[in-house]
Design a protein around this ligand. Structure first.
Ligand code: ADP
Ligand code: MG
Length: 738
């Protein structure tokens, strides 16, 4: 047979078996078959005993045939074969084949084989009906010479041994010389060749073989993603942007002068990283991550002021209206007269701030749009509507995207299209992103982190409150009331809006942050299968709290996504001024809301929220210097659920929780669907495994160097081919464009 490659159709290699592999598991090419990796291995010399399995298990047994009898069947024609086998413990089981043909010549006493089938009880003994089996002989054609037997996902009408033989046939003809990873890199990283890797995984001698093989395949996965990302970065770098170098004696200097606190070391350092980026002639793409309350807004504002000093307009995008409104207020407050240029009392050399949201009237919006195009508006704050709308900026030079961990690569691309020349972009997220994810999902950006919180921040204490236990909920409301009586404010968060008094029909909250599908996210079947519990609604809880003795005399107000936006704004402002004691709300307050006097939070049905989401919510309290209290109320008695909540209660380390979240959740759900693209091709690589971090880092370095020398990978056709075949067109696009 001639040399073959991954794309060779199996039918040219395997004949009839190819049809079965295609029908059974859609394995069509040599590559498909090689990537059909064993599920696990059993050591033919030591394991695979009857005692390891229970009735109804699919057993894999290493056993010897003790006896075999063929006899005519009573009710049908044909002959059946009954076999007795014995495992290494001397324990016996029966096998039955309702057609002796083909088996009686092989399963003769004394023969050793690996059997695979469902264990059933028949009369007094154990039985496997029509098991798959693989004879273990000392022949040369024993594929399991090393003793490790690969076990595959069952393929109808194909035994494991037949798969092994097919793989071996394919590997024997595979062109070893063609490898997507250049030899130099393989040597430097201690990686085996690709064909060797498949051989080690499918036909191993021992577990070390499997490990070496898999390491190579994990590297391939990392390299595919990193090569696409490196191409993307290279393409951005080839774009031209207007440099916005720092100017002395401008707005930024005036702002720093009037800042009521000292910047943390991290804030200053990140400020310098951003300034260096913006001084370049290429667009900045930087991700700023920092714990909730670490002071990202000030960092962003300072960068905006620097850009304005250099002649640009700037935009700040927020995920919700509440947050956009709050940003507008806090930025106006921070700027003071610096933000009132041209107005009475405004600073002469100042700038102006405009808010643009989806719920404004047409007239309001037109007015703002006109101002943006014609007046000295340096800062435009808005929701994402801002990028969809036909906003004409005089000269948009810098865009900040706040709290957007649900913001995908595609949206970022759309944003870049907003300006004549691509603007500098800073994406801020308060969800600590594990390094692996940062390199994979946000791998086309540079990252900065704010690790420390401003001085004087007090820790948040969290507790899980089992609502079903008598007295606990009452005690919760008493604690909340105590916080208020000592001069502070509190949030109570509910998973849904519920029904207003007048009986208007109402459903689950539709906020910017969608309620989590727990089964989808965590595989929490038990929860999902339960009778759907009535989740606490905002309206319902308002009613309950009005009647709660402990809450008597407290000023309660509610906030949720379906209130008209000016009403939301009024409520948030009143809460900000301390005119509301307890704010009962949905997750609208999850992101970014900043009221330092709020020190306590109660989360109802906390089990309904994900780990990162709870951490975000909790970040709303303890923002001043008084410390915080977070009570996670749940009616659940599911141990896994309680464990999850205890983890959140047990640490305020966002990175630890982000890692835990990643471990518990299923693939692709951590950062939302829009960002799961690159992850979906990861089969062996685990973003949660520490050992894979190093591999991803190496692949990133290698990919960057490869693409720098050869942007279209013209000299590495196999690598280019691997990237294209594993990623979709959009992900691989930058390779084509070069
Ligand atoms: P986040 O990173 O969550 O967006 P913010 O930017 O909203 O955090 O900052 C949280 C609070 O801390 C704000 O009230 C802000 O004014 C304040 N703050 C920011 N930087 C400092 C600092 N260096 N020292 C003291 N307070 C600060
Ligand atoms: Mg913020």
């Amino acid at each position: 047979m001639e040399q073959i490659d991954r794309n060779t159709k199996l039918r040219t290699v395997l004949g009839e078996m190819a049809a079965r592999l295609k029908r059974g598991r859609d394995l069509e090419t040599v590559g498909d078959l090689l990537d059909f990796l064993p599920r696990r291995y059993i050591d033919a010399t030591t394991s695979g005993r009857l005692a390891d399995f229970e009735i109804d298990d699919t057993a894999v047994l290493m056993a010897t045939v003790v006896s075999a009898t063929t006899r005519a069947m009573q009710r049908r024609k044909g002959r059946m074969l009954q076999v007795t086998i014995e495992d290494a413990d001397g324990k016996q089981a029966g096998l039955v084949f309702f057609s002796a043909y083909g088996h009686e010549s092989r399963l003769i006493p004394g023969v050793r084989a690996l059997f695979r089938g469902k264990v059933q009880r028949y009369k007094q003994s154990l039985q496997l009906a029509h098991p798959d089996y693989t004879l273990i002989t000392s022949d040369d054609d024993n594929p399991y010479a090393g003793g490790l037997v690969p076990i595959y996902l069952a393929v109808p009408k194909v035994s494991d041994m037949q798969i092994s033989q097919s793989v071996r046939l394919a590997l024997d003809h595979l062109d070893d010389a063609s490898d997507p990873v250049p030899a130099q890199i393989r040597t430097a990283r201690g990686l085996v060749g690709q064909a060797t890797a498949y051989r080690l995984i499918h036909l191993p001698s021992d577990h070390a073989d499997v490990g070496r093989g898999k390491r190579r395949l994990r590297y391939d996965e990392a390299l595919v993603v990193q090569t696409a990302l490196a191409a993307r970065r290279a393409a951005y770098d080839a774009q031209e942007a207007t440099a916005r170098p720092a100017v002395s004696g401008g707005l930024l200097a005036a702002f720093d002068e009037r800042l009521p606190f000292e910047l943390t070391k991290g804030q200053r350092q990140v400020g310098e990283e951003i300034a260096a980026d913006m001084a370049r002639l290429h667009p900045m793409h930087r991700l700023l991550q920092g714990e909730v309350g670490s002071g990202k807004t000030v960092v962003a504002l300072r960068a905006m002021l620097a850009a304005i000093d250099a002649g640009a307009q700037t935009a700040l995008l927020a995920p919700t209206e509440v947050l956009a409104q709050q940003h507008e207020r806090s930025i106006r407050a921070l700027l003071g007269e610096l933000g009132e240029a041209g107005m009475l009392g405004g600073a002469e050399d100042g700038t102006r701030v405009a808010l643009l949201t989806g719920s404004m009237t047409k007239k309001q919006r037109e007015k703002v749009l006109l101002e943006i195009a014609t007046e000295p508006i340096g800062i435009v704050i808005g929701t994402h509507a801002l990028i969809q709308e036909h906003v004409m900026f005089a000269d948009l030079g810098f865009v900040v995207v706040d709290e957007q961990h649900r913001f995908g690569v595609e949206q970022r691309d759309a944003l870049r299209g907003k300006a004549v020349r691509p603007p500098h972009v800073l994406v801020m997220t308060a969800t600590p992103i594990p390094r692996t994810v940062a390199m994979t999902v946000f791998g086309d950006m540079d990252t900065s982190s704010l690790m420390e919180l401003p001085r004087g921040r007090q820790p948040i204490v969290s507790h899980v409150v089992p609502a079903a236990k008598p007295g606990w909920l009452e005690r919760t409301w008493q604690r909340l009331a105590e916080e208020v009586r000592s001069g502070h404010q509190a949030y109570v968060v509910c998973p849904r809006i519920g029904e207003p008094e007048d009986g208007r029909v109402d459903t689950v909250a539709t906020e910017a942050v969608e309620p989590l599908d727990l089964e989808e996210a965590y595989g929490d079947q038990e929860l999902a299968e339960q009778e759907p519990r009535e989740l606490t609604g905002v309206y319902q809880l308002m009613q309950r709290l009005h009647d709660e003795p402990a809450m008597k005399g407290l000023r309660l107000e509610m906030l949720h996504g379906r209130l008209p936006s000016d009403e939301k704004d009024v409520v948030m402002q009143a809460f900000g001024r301390g005119e509301i004691d307890v704010l009962v709300s949905t997750t609208v307050i999850e992101v970014g809301v900043d009221v330092p006097n709020a020190t306590a939070m109660v989360v109802m049905d906390a089990d309904r929220f994900g780990i990162s989401q709870l951490h975000q919510l909790r970040g709303r309290v303890g923002r001043g210097d008084a410390g915080g209290l977070c009570l996670l109320v749940t009616e659940s008695d599911n141990p896994d659920t309680l464990q999850r909540l205890e983890s959140v209660a047990g640490t305020t380390d966002g990175f630890e929780l982000a890692n835990l979240d990643l471990e518990l959740r299923r693939e692709g759900d951590v950062l939302g669907a829009s960002q799961s693209g690159y992850r979906s091709q990861l089969r062996l690589l685990r973003l949660t495994h520490a050992k894979d971090v190093e591999l991803i880092e190496q692949a990133r370095e290698d990919a960057t160097a490869l693409v720098a020398r050869d942007p279209q990978l013209a000299g590495h056709p196999e690598l280019a081919q691997m990237v294209r075949s594993r990623l979709d067109d959009e992900q691989a696009a930058f390779l084509e464009r070069g």
